[in-house]
Design a protein around this ligand. Structure first.
Ligand SMILES: Cc1cc2nc3c(=O)[nH]c(=O)nc-3n(C[C@H](O)[C@H](O)[C@H](O)COP(=O)(O)O)c2cc1C
Length: 491
């Protein structure tokens, strides 16, 4: 199901009992974070919060703030219009495995997939709700509505200022014309100026580099709100060149309506709550940060590009979407988990022996990866580690632990048991060199470092363990059902 607006999604959350409305005046400086952090740390991710009366520097803001809207398995699935993310993962698998049909049923399934993919293509429309109100910034002089009017959060005490935390940043490759949408936080520098925190490995940074080389200003549009499928798609680790707008259309089974920006040559989703239009000037950078980050620590100040606004357009009754990041678990855990679940069929297509993958919350996205495999031959676990380290943003995975297929990778305690029981640390580990997450403060040199892979599978004689591998304890099924019956006697 596709949502016509972010507000419609919030109404659906409300009706499902997944939204708490907070009518008290709550400060956008730190206080919203404290409310949201308590909610995100409650079992299963708590509820979404809608702050109906946020304040900016003590003054009331007429724009409500919604936070933690995707911060549970149920809400993440609702955001993508399904009962469970498994449904979408299954559709991905069907598309990847599509073969010529051998019967009517298979032909029909293929036709339906074709229709879904057709919906993925965006539609170009002349106007949209995101332009109900238009503020142009002439000659750099801000009009009466600027970034200062948005209820943008200062998240943590040592943050360098206010940050837009859930922005969909739209850019275009100047050579191929290919579009990209990525989520990169934006520090507020002034009424019409922000930072643009696309890290060196991200597609926005690659597009930016091409504009710098051509010495041309880079048009950038940032959308906030709209159908949450777009917000999710902008976080998803799609391969460079795979269009997030197309992907969002596929997820929600309805084309995204795109409308031209007012002051730059880019198109954006027409249903957005806000559109910030502007440009990044080649070579211009400014210190960005500190920021209380996904890692649970402050990322220090570093130089990043600067975004200059040329216009803000918005709906008549917009809602400002936000998240906070910090010590896990946070909302981003559920967003990241949905990505892993959706892309599991892609991993499996490359490595059919993979049974399941989990990125536990403690690993903050890619610091820790558990993979279970159906092992057939010696050193297969190492093949999987190297394969994953070579796939897109999995390159950042600091620790990969490979276990056998009978271990539930979503049960961290079970994986740690296998890790402790099944490994000789020296024999069963490998260190490699790879690019690292730019946020990782532990690396000696930022953005590069070592990664550790641990093979916690049962060892074969050819893997340096000449003795027979012992059996894992398992109760006889007949005894189990006898005890079941003793405990719960059937009448
Ligand atoms: C809440 C949230 C905030 C994020 N902030 C940033 C950020 O500031 N900079 C960045 O490079 N990636 C950030 N990411 C990760 C990117 O959105 C993610 O890597 C995405 O796949 C990048 O898209 P791209 O591959 O099209 O560049 C964030 C992710 C989430 C969920």
């Amino acid at each position: 199901m596709a949502y016509a607006s972010f507000s419609q999604f919030l109404t659906a959350l409300d009706q499902a009992g997944e939204l708490k409305r907070i009518s008290l005046p709550v400060a956008t400086e730190l206080e919203i974070t404290e409310f949201a952090d308590r909610e995100m740390k409650s079992p299963g991710g708590g509820k979404a919060l809608l702050f109906e009366n946020p304040t900016i520097d003590g003054a009331p803001s007429p724009i409500p703030v919604a936070i933690n809207t995707m911060g549970s398995r149920a809400r993440m699935a609702m955001a993508l219009g399904v009962a469970s993310i498994d449904e979408l993962a299954h559709q991905m698998q069907l598309i990847l495995k599509a073969k010529p049909p051998t019967g009517f049923r298979e032909a029909w399934t293929l036709v339906r997939q074709g229709i879904d993919l057709l919906h993925a293509r965006p539609r170009h429309v002349p106007d949209g709700p995101c332009k109900e109100v238009i503020h142009r910034f002439k000659d750099g002089a801000p009009p009466d509505f600027t970034l200062a009017n948005l209820p943008i959060l200062k998240c943590w005490p040592q943050d360098g200022g206010r940050f837009i935390t859930l922005p969909n940043v739209h850019t275009r490759d100047p050579d191929s014309g290919e579009r990209n949408v990525g989520m990169y936080r934006m520090q507020i520098y002034g009424p019409a100026t922000t930072g643009m925190h696309w890290q060196v490995h991200k597609v926005g940074a690659r597009h930016g580099k091409r504009y710098y080389q051509r010495n041309e200003p880079m048009p950038v549009a940032v959308t906030l709100g709209g159908d949450p499928a777009i917000t999710f798609a902008s976080t998803a680790p799609l391969p460079d060149g795979l269009d997030e707008i197309l992907f969002a259309g596929f997820l929600r089974k309805k084309s995204i309506d795109l409308v031209k920006c007012e002051s730059i040559d880019l198109e954006v989703p027409a249903d957005s709550d806000f559109v910030l239009e502007g440009y990044v000037q080649p070579g211009e950078t400014r210190p960005e940060g500190p920021f209380g980050d996904h890692t649970g620590f402050y990322t220090p100040i570093d130089d990043y590009p600067v975004f200059h606004l040329t216009a803000i357009t918005h709906r008549k009754d917009p809602v400002y979407p936000a998240t906070i990041v910090g010590i896990p678990p946070m909302e981003d855990f559920y967003i990241g988990s949905a990505s892993v679940q959706l892309f599991l069929p892609v991993f499996r297509m490359n490595f059919p022996e993979i049974v399941d993958i989990a990125l536990p919350a403690e690993g903050v996205f890619h610091n820790l990866v558990f993979v279970s495999i159906r092992k057939q031959y010696a050193w297969q676990a190492y093949k999987i580690m190297h394969g994953l380290w070579g796939m897109g943003q999995m390159m950042f995975s600091k620790y990969i632990v490979v276990v056998d297929d009978d271990c539930d990778v979503h049960n961290t305690s079970e994986v740690l048991f296998r890790l402790c029981a099944n490994t000789d640390p020296q024999r069963d580990s490998t260190f490699i060199k790879n690019p690292c997450d730019a946020l990782d403060h532990a690396q000696t040199i930022p953005t590069i470092g070592s990664h550790l892979g641990i093979d916690a599978t049962r060892k074969l004689p050819t893997e340096g363990h000449p003795r027979p591998w012992p059996d894992l304890l398992k109760m006889d099924p007949a005894i189990k059902s006898r005890v079941d019956q003793l405990l719960n006697p059937k009448p």
